[in-house]
Design a protein around this ligand. Structure first.
Ligand SMILES: Cc1cc2nc3c(=O)[nH]c(=O)nc-3n(C[C@H](O)[C@H](O)[C@H](O)COP(=O)(O)O)c2cc1C
Length: 204
């Protein structure tokens, strides 16, 4: 049976969302399909206003732990906070005690894509930090790797987010830099390769 894939993201300013959409295209180009979800905001309206956050798009459903349990595999989109994942994502994981206890996510497959303001801003450390959550839940990490994306990853013509850990984008400190063509291509590449990898598994 074809894998049931969710792409779950938190995106305050839209960069990770753009990558999420590119990941979805990649899965579709490889012959699969995926459902998009977002992680619910936890900050108050007044704090969000001070951060110039435009607010979440209500047309994309919010993920719940029970909903995520219905999927065989998931790609998680994470905008870095201090080299780590944001509190919004942490709050989601902190609601998954039931799945930790029942093994609801055990043996499922997870990939990551990330976003930082700058180069050296913590793309890889954000992925590394997520490994602890994956380990405790028994989620099997699927890296982008260097095989399918070697040309893109080796290209030094321009600044580009992403690594063998997963696709990524640099937003600049004021957030005005949106994902470039190369960053979107890397995300699409990851969607395709993630689908090809998880398709090898028998999800009967
Ligand atoms: C509280 C806070 C902490 C941040 N920490 C980092 C950081 O450690 N490194 C970095 O490069 N960018 C950092 N950023 C920038 C965010 O990573 C950036 O706004 C985000 O990737 C944009 O993605 P989005 O548009 O999908 O929300 C931080 C932003 C905030 C608000």
């Amino acid at each position: 049976m074809a894998p049931n894939i969710a792409i779950v993201f938190y995106s305050m300013y839209g960069h990770i969302r753009k990558l999420a959409e590119a990941e979805k295209r990649g899965i579709e180009e490889a012959g699969g399909k995926a459902d998009l979800f977002q992680v619910e905001e936890t900050l108050s309206e007044d704090v969000l206003a001070k951060m110039y956050a435009p607010g979440q798009d209500p047309s994309i459903p919010f993920i719940t732990p029970d909903e995520l349990e219905k999927y065989d595999a998931f790609l998680l989109g994470i905008p870095t906070r201090f080299g780590n994942f944001p509190a919004q994502w942490k709050t989601f994981w902190d609601r998954t005690g039931k799945q930790w206890q029942t093994g609801g996510f055990w043996g499922k497959y997870g990939g990551l894509f990330v976003s930082t303001a700058s180069q050296g801003g913590g793309q890889e450390s954000t992925c590394l930090a997520t490994m602890s959550t994956f380990a405790h839940h028994g989620i099997i990490y699927v890296p982008l790797g260097s095989h399918t994306a070697s040309t893109l990853l080796a290209n030094l013509d321009e600044p580009r987010g992403g690594s063998a850990w997963g696709a990524g984008t640099f937003t600049s400190t004021d957030g005005t830099r949106m994902p470039t063509a190369k960053e979107l291509e890397l995300a699409t590449n990851q969607g395709s390769s993630f689908y090809k990898t998880v398709s090898k598994v028998n999800f009967a």
